[in-house]
Design a binder for this molecule. Sequence first.
Ligand SMILES: [Zn+2]
Length: 143
Amino acid sequence: MQLLRRQFEIIQEHALRENPYECCGLLAGRRQQNPHGEYENVVYEVAPCSNVLYSGREHGFEISFSEYIDIEREARDLGYEIVGSYHSHINSKAIPSINDVDFARPGHSMVIISIQHMQPSGVTAWYRREAEGFHQEAIQVIE
Ligand SMILES: [Zn+2]
């Protein structure tokens, strides 16, 4: 996946601001096909969301359906689509939990930022294929 540097910074700022709770948000952009015919998500905008999980926000997140729909509409107005989500992990590695795997939609990228001792300590991205599979993908930060 590709991510503009400014959007990458917004994700990190959001994660630190919500600490000790997980932050969450959506990624808007476009899916483009690379020369190998594989799809890649390019993120142009990020939309910080409220973590509406009733309890356990230290190690989980939930984005409300209404906020998702609103952001999807705004993205479409800009000519983008929702291409994924991001959230933080507090004092644990940037590896998807069982719930994360369930949350990821086909064709979407999931960015996980690990916050350890109040500092960003690792970022990973995961791609959900249209068919089966959820695998780590590289994050290319673009200027
Ligand atoms: Zn998670």
